[in-house]
Design a protein around this ligand. Sequence first.
Ligand code: ATP
Length: 236
Amino acid sequence: MTLLELEDVTAFYGSVQVLEGVSLSVPEGGAVGILGANGAGKTTTLRAISGTVRAGGRITFAGENIRGTRPDRVAGLGIAHVPEGRGTLGGLTVRENLRVGAYLRKDRRSIAADIDYCLDLFPQLKDRISSAASALSGGEQQMLAVGRAFMAKPRLLLLDEASLGLAPSTARNVYAAIRRLREESGIAMLIVEQNATLAFSLVDTATVLETGRTVLTGTSDELKGMDEIRRAYLGG
Ligand code: ATP
């Protein structure tokens, strides 16, 4: 079943149109990637979904039209956005950040169990549980950002450039944990990732954007087999 569907989505910063027609769909429990050059509109596509940029076209989530819906209400519907730059609260501790992620939940008992799950998923955070988020390394902050989004118990996770600025081994660790999270939680994922090798390690299908438009959609295997994708995104 389709969880999220974008049809001919447009978006604007002021009067400047940066998305011209983005179409993609994410099935329940599926993982979909968005590929594209710098400035193609990948980040803006995620913002259109989470309601942080003015958008046109159709955005349907769980059968409901959510285009133009306020960001807090989008979050309440079950969409968690991990933005580029992570968005953790630097002055709060790791534990406090995880609790903030759960702020819309009423099931107090399972919140504690879910914090334990995050610490199992990202063991590096265990020793830092009482440290301020601002004192963490880049990799630890990314782990915390994903953990915080998980704490909202979303149906869909929007993940923007999770590997940005991380050492290759750290980026691989973060993706391994996200793969595990996907398998164990069934949360659907829509990810923007410059590192296509990492993206293809997680997603089933991907959509390629060029100057604000969907130009290609295929399974990971189909896309990896295409010369132009290999040249543009896989360094070969
Ligand atoms: P990158 O990988 O560089 O982040 P992207 O594919 O995510 O690229 P977007 O960040 O969505 O691209 O940007 C799409 C276009 O919108 C670019 O031309 C960018 O310069 C422009 N843009 C992004 N943010 C703003 C903003 N706040 N105001 C005006 N224009 C913006």
